[in-house]
Design a binder for this molecule. Structure first.
Ligand SMILES: C[S@@+](CC[C@H](N)C(=O)[O-])C[C@H]1O[C@@H](n2cnc3c(N)ncnc32)[C@H](O)[C@@H]1O
Ligand SMILES: [Zn+2]
Length: 331
């Protein structure tokens, strides 16, 4: 953690600004120590990452541990190699730019929050582009992300619950929130909490699952007990389940390629392309393992944007739901 990151953080209990109480420094990074708030609560900084969620319990712990192992395996190269869900780093950049309608050269000096950062795609893609990126997630594998990108200038990695974000309100020019809200117990509440972090005139991008037929979600509903498996067993189960799916999906891809069809038995593929074994195993782990997976209609998410004071809404995904809005400035 860089001491300068304190300008972004707020105590989740009282919204006060925490201060560094005791700490051990290595170069410009605080590698361990304690953050203390005037309300009396203290937060640990462990292995370079401030931990603002000392009391995750029950199913939230399941989410934190499942994703912790999933992203640690990915960042160790044990699932996909160089891609995340089949997408390459240069393509993440393009997707980010298109989704926000913001040219990449405009990022210099911007403050960006990646809420539910997962494997830290944003910070790994933009760490050298002169912006400040706060990567927030609840998962227990942030050590692996910190080892890769924690020390980059402008990178701030923080563990916390987006339902009670340890982040100052109205601080960010861009809040990117891809695939996180629908993995929480109360998506509507998490949306409102995260929307408050966007600065006036800032951009807010949200991606969630659309309520539609999806083969991975069908597997999830057939295997509800999988959510109770310890993460290591879930990882093995994902590798085993990926074997038949790899054969079926790529056979369909070949058929689809010949006939140029993208719809099979009512299942719409997001892109008719080859899928690696690692991508399929990661997706099974992602969809089947964690506790929560809600799906939405686009109108519902647009209404949330409206109610939170966003305008210029743009839909960016016609398979699932990606929406970008601009926060109405209070003049
Ligand atoms: C499907 S992944 C998406 C990761 C990344 N945004 C991406 O697009 O690759 C969902 C992420 O949301 C995180 N998450 C779930 N509940 C959360 C919460 N309450 N607070 C913060 N992060 C949460 C998970 O740990 C996981 O990394
Ligand atoms: Zn406090």
């Amino acid at each position: 953690m860089k001491p300068s990151a304190l300008e972004f953080y707020a105590c989740p209990e009282c919204r006060g600004t925490p201060t560094l109480k005791s700490h051990e420094i290595d170069g410009s990074e605080v590698v361990s120590g304690t953050l203390s708030c005037a309300c009396g609560v203290e937060y640990e900084i462990r292995r370079g990452v401030p931990r603002f969620c000392p009391s995750i319990k029950g199913v939230q712990q399941n989410t934190a541990d499942d994703y912790g192992l999933q992203w640690t395996k990915l960042l160790d190269g044990k699932l996909e190699d160089g891609t995340v869900y089949g997408v390459k780093r240069d393509d993440w950049k393009e997707y980010f730019q298109e989704s926000l309608g913001l040219p990449l050269h405009n990022l210099r000096g911007k403050r960006i929050l990646d809420a539910g950062c997962g494997s830290g795609k944003l910070v790994r893609a933009f760490a050298d582009d002169g912006c400040q990126i706060v990567s927030l997630d609840i998962h227990s594998g942030l050590d692996a992300l910190y080892a890769l990108a924690g020390e980059c200038p402008g990178s701030h990695i923080v563990q916390g619950d987006a339902a009670r974000p340890p982040i100052c309100k109205k601080k960010f020019d861009v809040v990117w929130c891809s695939g996180m809200i629908h993995r929480t117990p109360n998506p509507r509440e998490v949306f409102s909490q995260v929307a408050e972090l966007v600065a006036d005139d800032g951009l807010f991008f949200v991606w969630v699952c659309r309520n539609r037929r999806n083969p991975y979600r069908m597997i999830r509903s057939c295997l509800p007990f999988a959510r109770r498996l310890p993460p290591h067993l879930m990882y093995i189960a994902s590798l085993v389940l990926a074997i038949p799916l790899y054969i079926v999906f790529n056979a369909l891809y070949l058929l689809g390629w010949w006939s140029r069809k993208t719809i099979f038995f009512g299942f719409k593929q997001s892109k008719n392309r080859y899928r690696s074994f690692g991508e399929i195993a990661l997706t099974v782990f992602d969809v089947v393992g964690p506790e929560y997976l809600h799906a939405f209609h686009e109108g519902e998410i647009k209404r949330w944007f409206d109610e939170a004071g966003f305008q210029d809404l743009r839909s960016t995904d016609n398979v699932d739901i990606g929406i970008c809005g601009r926060k109405t400035a209070v003049r």
